[in-house]
Design a protein around this ligand. Structure first.
Ligand SMILES: *[C@@H]1O[C@H](CO)[C@@H](O)[C@H](O)[C@H]1NC(C)=O
Ligand SMILES: *[C@@H]1O[C@H](CO)[C@@H](O)[C@H](O)[C@H]1NC(C)=O
Ligand SMILES: *[C@@H]1O[C@H](CO)[C@@H](O)[C@H](O)[C@H]1NC(C)=O
Ligand SMILES: *[C@@H]1O[C@H](CO)[C@@H](O)[C@H](O)[C@H]1NC(C)=O
Ligand SMILES: *[C@@H]1O[C@H](CO)[C@@H](O)[C@H](O)[C@H]1NC(C)=O
Ligand SMILES: *[C@@H]1O[C@H](CO)[C@@H](O)[C@H](O)[C@H]1NC(C)=O
Ligand SMILES: *[C@@H]1O[C@H](CO)[C@@H](O)[C@H](O)[C@H]1NC(C)=O
Length: 218
């Protein structure tokens, strides 16, 4: 019997005696395995959902594009600081050439309506402006606008201002440049969001060097 068993290992007599036990453990293993399998599938689905959610949160979130004056140069500066004659009120004229960048960190194109860039004194007196017009910036791209030319000239309101007189006499004039880019961002071509990007920079015109210094943008 034993020899026959050895020569024929796969006889039912050899397998079946332990079968009840084996089937039981096998069933248990199967149960355990299907439980594990369910767990892995479930975990996979959860991980996938988290990934999709994070992806959606990152890509479908709209951010305000960042607009900055990168550089500004002075051309043809003419000024009168009022010290040569008391009868002449201080004034100035200049042609400014600016380089402006619009940084769009969105996963979608930012389109803006026609825009005007203004140069102001004292935060509210417009001394000059220029049209930027309408345009768009590609997804996750920075658009450079060079040679934006603004003709500035002091106006009547300014020449009567005590602060303006003292500033121009000190040889330093604080100006600011402002532009409002109203438009929309088309996120992954699915969601369209309105966005307003504002440029608000200050700079100090040094009449001695005929250059701007301390250019700061918010
Ligand atoms: C500003 O420019 C005008 C000509 O456009 C000129 O007549 C005037 O004298 C200038 N003002 C100053 C302060 O240079
Ligand atoms: C935009 O353009 C339209 C027509 O071209 C004009 O009427 C409007 O005043 C412009 N707006 C600005 C802010 O330049
Ligand atoms: C910008 O201005 C500079 C100097 O005036 C000139 O060399 C350059 O060609 C201009 N660029 C554009 C795009 O107008
Ligand atoms: C003049 O400057 C002073 C301080 O620098 C400020 O408090 C005041 O509001 C200014 N006046 C005008 C009319 O801008
Ligand atoms: C005023 O301007 C004249 C030249 O136009 C210059 O010689 C003088 O130093 C200036 N005064 C001040 C206080 O900046
Ligand atoms: C620009 O920034 C200054 C502060 O640096 C703030 O007082 C001013 O209100 C801002 N202007 C606009 C139009 O947001
Ligand atoms: C203005 O420019 C002149 C010449 O470059 C420089 O000597 C002076 O220090 C500047 N003024 C300020 C307040 O930086």
């Amino acid at each position: 019997m034993a020899g026959a068993d050895d020569s024929v290992p796969f006889t039912p007599s050899k397998l079946y005696p332990k079968s009840d036990e084996e089937i039981a453990t096998f069933k248990e293993m199967k149960k355990e395995r299907s439980g594990k399998c369910f767990f892995y599938v479930f975990a996979g689905i959860v991980i996938q959902c988290v990934f999709i959610l994070v992806f959606a949160l990152i890509t479908l979130r709209s951010r305000i594009p960042d607009v900055k004056v990168r550089s500004i140069t002075v051309k043809n500066l003419r000024y009168n600081n009022g010290t040569s004659s008391a009868s002449i009120s201080p004034s100035f004229n200049a042609t400014l050439v600016a380089e402006v960048t619009i940084k769009n960190t969105n996963f979608g194109r930012f389109k803006f309506e026609n825009t005007t860039m203004s140069v102001l004194y004292g935060g509210m007196n417009v001394v000059g402006d220029t049209k930027i017009g309408r345009g768009s910036v590609k997804a996750r791209d920075t658009q450079k606008m060079i040679n934006l030319t603004v003709e500035v000239r002091s106006n009547r309101v300014l020449t009567n201002s005590q602060n303006f007189s003292s500033e121009i006499q000190s040889g330093m004039l604080k100006l600011s440049s402002y532009a409002k880019f109203s438009g929309s961002v088309n996120l992954l071509n699915i969601v369209k969001r309105e966005e307003i990007a504002q440029m608000n920079c200050t700079m100090i015109l040094n009449f001695t060097s005929r250059k701007f210094q301390d250019l700061r943008c918010q």
